[in-house]
Write a protein that binds this ligand. Structure first.
Ligand SMILES: NC(=O)c1ccc[n+]([C@@H]2O[C@H](COP(=O)([O-])OP(=O)(O)OC[C@H]3O[C@@H](n4cnc5c(N)ncnc54)[C@H](O)[C@@H]3O)[C@@H](O)[C@H]2O)c1
Length: 374
């Protein structure tokens, strides 16, 4: 078993999630690489304090440059607000470390392109975070598409809905301001999640019409007084992909204001002969469509724990968010190690840049109420 020493920059929501995925690495049974959380950098000392409970962490620092100077760190995972992505990702790469970058891979298209170029120039192994396709259901949808069993594609929906912003009294944070979240707003938060599978299947939108929507214009700030919230909350991108000589509608749905949805990622692919539909709202359920003579048949399959990387967990049990975070890391480390094989891989830099090309076209489309080429 090879050991890879990982440093985390940004120990908030996602930094802690990654530490927990590493802590139960024994669950994985067919991987030859083990991550060891070696160092954590965060500007907030109370945030760093939590990581004292993780055995083996050698360095806790408020200055990430100190971590980057440590020759023992092989890979750095960065989970900080979007306006800090570019500077920190570039520093990581200049320090000679490999990078697992949180989405959206820079605050806008220009930043994403500069990060991608730095990855090429330094020759480091760079991938971007997107974990939902590692659920067994999306893996079945991907296999279904590749099998050709769906016939001629008719339509695709890929989306991510949550409702955490429906409460207008929820305090403002960095995700509510264009300065720190980006002008792309909800597309920066949820868009990479909706595009990972389509882009990997070769379905890059060629043109699109975007509907962007704002919800709550002000929220309580740090002192309780209202502060403006200027980011887009919901985005519906009506796109066309060109595949096998056909133009096929691909709808990308990203919503922070989706009544009834806590955190639902979904993917639906329909063709003339068959199709599949999966949502994390029913994490172990796969819906499969087939034509049976003159009948239209939807079947419901109760999925088990069929993860890309095998685990000790019983095959009939249910997977959840911590499992897919761990699977994404397994894919990152295996691909870096050259042992991914034909398993699904993390978002490549060119895919992250392509997602920003879609978001930039969406901003133009909404502003002009026009159909835009991507
Ligand atoms: N993959 C996913 O499912 C998922 C989910 C949520 C967020 N994210 C992404 O993760 C990133 C972070 O989001 P979050 O929800 O964890 O945010 P968060 O606010 O919970 O955590 C961010 C952390 O970064 C720290 N920080 C700020 N400036 C820093 C600096 N200069 N050096 C070191 N640390 C610094 C903050 O103190 C904070 O602890 C974003 O890119 C976000 O889009 C991904």
């Amino acid at each position: 078993m090879k050991t890879v020493r990982v440093g985390i920059i940004g120990g908030g929501l996602m930094g802690r999630e990654v530490a927990s995925a590493f802590a139960r690495w024994v669950a994985l049974t067919d991987i030859s690489v083990t991550p060891v959380l070696h160092a954590v950098a965060d500007v907030s000392p109370p945030v760093l304090e939590w990581f004292r409970r993780v055995p083996g962490v050698a360095l806790l620092t408020t200055d990430y440059h100190e971590m980057l100077a440590d020759p023992q760190v092989d890979v750095v995972y960065v989970a900080v607000p979007h306006h800090l992505h570019e500077a920190i990702y570039l520093d990581v790469l200049k320090a000679g470390k490999d990078l697992l970058a949180e989405k959206p891979f820079g605050i806008d298209l220009d930043a994403a392109r500069r990060i991608g170029q730095a990855g090429t120039d330094t020759g480091r192994f760079v991938r971007c975070s997107s974990e939902f396709p590692f659920f067994p259901g999306p893996q079945k949808v991907i296999a279904g598409v590749k099998s050709g069993a769906f016939g001629r594609l008719l339509e695709i929906r890929s989306g991510f809905h949550h409702s955490s912003d429906l409460d207008p009294t929820k305090p403002a944070n960095w995700k509510r301001s264009s300065r720190s979240c980006g002008e792309i707003g909800v597309m920066g938060d949820l868009g990479m999640h909706t595009l990972h599978v389509p882009l990997r299947l070769g379905w890059k939108p060629a043109r699109l019409y975007a509907q962007l929507q704002k919800g709550v214009p002000e929220r309580p700030g740090p002192d309780g007084k209202p502060v403006p919230c200027d980011t887009w909350d919901n985005a519906m991108l009506h796109t066309w992909i060109d595949t096998d000589g056909n133009a096929v509608p691909l709808r990308l749905e990203m919503k922070r204001l989706a009544p009834g949805a806590t955190n639902s990622w979904f993917l639906e692919v329909l063709g003339t002969e068959g199709g599949m539909r999966y949502s994390t709202a029913e994490p172990k359920t796969l819906h499969t469509f087939r034509r049976n003579g003159g009948s239209q048949v939807w079947e419901r399959t109760d999925l088990g724990f069929g993860m890309p990387f095998a685990t000790v967990t019983g095959g009939i049990f249910e997977p959840g968010f911590p499992d897919i975070m761990q699977q994404m890391w397994a894919a990152y480390l295996a691909e870096r190690d050259g042992t991914l094989g034909d398993r699904f891989g993390c978002v490549r830099p060119e895919e992250a840049i392509a997602s920003h090309e879609v978001f930039a076209a969406a901003l133009r489309s909404h502003a002009g109420q026009t159909v835009e080429s991507v």
